[in-house]
Ligand binder design. Structure first.
Ligand code: 3EB
Length: 327
């Protein structure tokens, strides 16, 4: 079997062509607003402003697809993979942790119903991530709701998906995700304490994600690398120094790739082999120097870079990087 789906990056100007491409099943668009628009293509606006082109992440598949809605989730799936998205508006009545718990419960329900029990990759976006609300930072509140929902589910730590959780600058909780029929393989980073084992000082319930997930689709290999930051052990390092945080983050991403190579024979040879890298930057004024350095580090692969304005889940972290290897 070859890869069931592909990812490509495009400038905004190509939007109208892509939305009419019969193989495109989802477009993730960076811009000011949050929203989910349903049509032949699932259009996901995540509320992260782009700091450069390209701004469109385009998911394509040659497989025959089924589209549907379940509770608040819009989805599209083939025989082999599932893509879904949920957007919830924060009202007066439910806390962020309760909303997150509900969202993850719905995700569980739809995956149970359609027969895709293995979450592989998840993205979570919501505003004011570092703000305190009812005595708890909103990121920690999100982690609490996610943890509780996954606890009720069958989840064991070794099955946790790769994930990213970022602060957007638009209203609403948006979660989009991929799932499969069979589980992938967890990849952790020996330089970092596993996020699901972070000590209590970072919140009442630990963040439920794997550093990366390796998934084979027959002969094709995928490596999903979670949001990665300047953390060594469980501590943030290089506080106040964006360039040193960038170097440390790249070191962490490289080590995760090396782990995937040595544990599972993943053919990804390094950063330059990734199909995409998404960089989240807390302060837009840091973007230029970060991008200049990435241009040097990545060479030709710099064209696979998406750069957006987003808040990282710890106040002192200035940037975060995620990526995909899809062959
Ligand atoms: C970290 O390593 C940085 O809560 O889903 C990165 C990726 C981070 C995913 C999540 C959080 C999440 O802890 C933050």
């Amino acid at each position: 079997m070859s890869s069931p789906y592909q990812l490509s990056l495009h400038p905004e100007a190509e939007f109208s062509r892509l939305i009419d491409d019969p193989k495109v099943f989802a477009i993730v668009r960076h811009g000011e607003r949050t929203g989910v628009t349903v049509g032949d293509v699932l259009l996901v606006d995540v509320g992260l402003r782009p700091l450069a082109e390209p701004v469109l992440e385009v998911w394509r598949s040659g497989e025959s697809l089924t589209r549907g809605r379940f509770e608040a989730i819009e989805y599209v799936h083939s025989d082999t993979f599932f893509f879904g998205v949920i957007k919830l508006d924060e009202g007066q009545d439910a806390s962020l942790s309760e909303m997150t718990r509900q969202a993850y419960q719905s995700i569980h329900n739809v995956l149970e119903e359609t027969g895709f029990p293995a979450l592989t990759r998840m993205w979570n976006f919501f505003p004011r991530i570092n703000e305190e609300q009812d005595g708890l930072e909103r990121y920690r509140s999100f982690c609490l709701g996610r943890h509780d929902a996954l606890d009720e589910w069958y989840f064991t730590e070794s099955l946790l998906p790769a994930a990213s959780a970022l602060g957007s600058h638009a209203e609403g909780l948006v979660i989009y995700f991929f799932a499969a029929r069979q589980a992938g393989k967890q990849v952790e980073n020996p330089r970092q304490v596993s996020a699901f084992h972070y000590p209590k000082q970072y919140g009442p319930k630990s963040p439920s994600f794997s550093r990366a997930l390796y998934k084979s689709w027959g002969k094709s290999q995928h490596l999903y690398i979670s949001g990665t930051a300047s953390i060594v052990g469980h501590k943030s390092v290089h506080v106040g120094d964006p360039m040193a945080q960038l170097d440390e983050t790249l070191r962490n991403v490289r080590v995760v790739i090396e782990q995937a190579q040595s544990q599972f024979g993943v053919r990804c040879q390094g950063l330059h082999d990734l199909n995409n890298l998404r960089v989240y930057i807390r302060h837009p004024e840091h973007a230029e120097m970060i991008m200049q350095r990435l241009q040097v580090v990545l060479g030709d692969a710099y064209q696979n870079l998406v750069v957006v304005w987003g808040d990282i889940c710890r106040e002192e972290l200035l940037l975060e990087i995620e990526g995909h290897y899809l062959e």
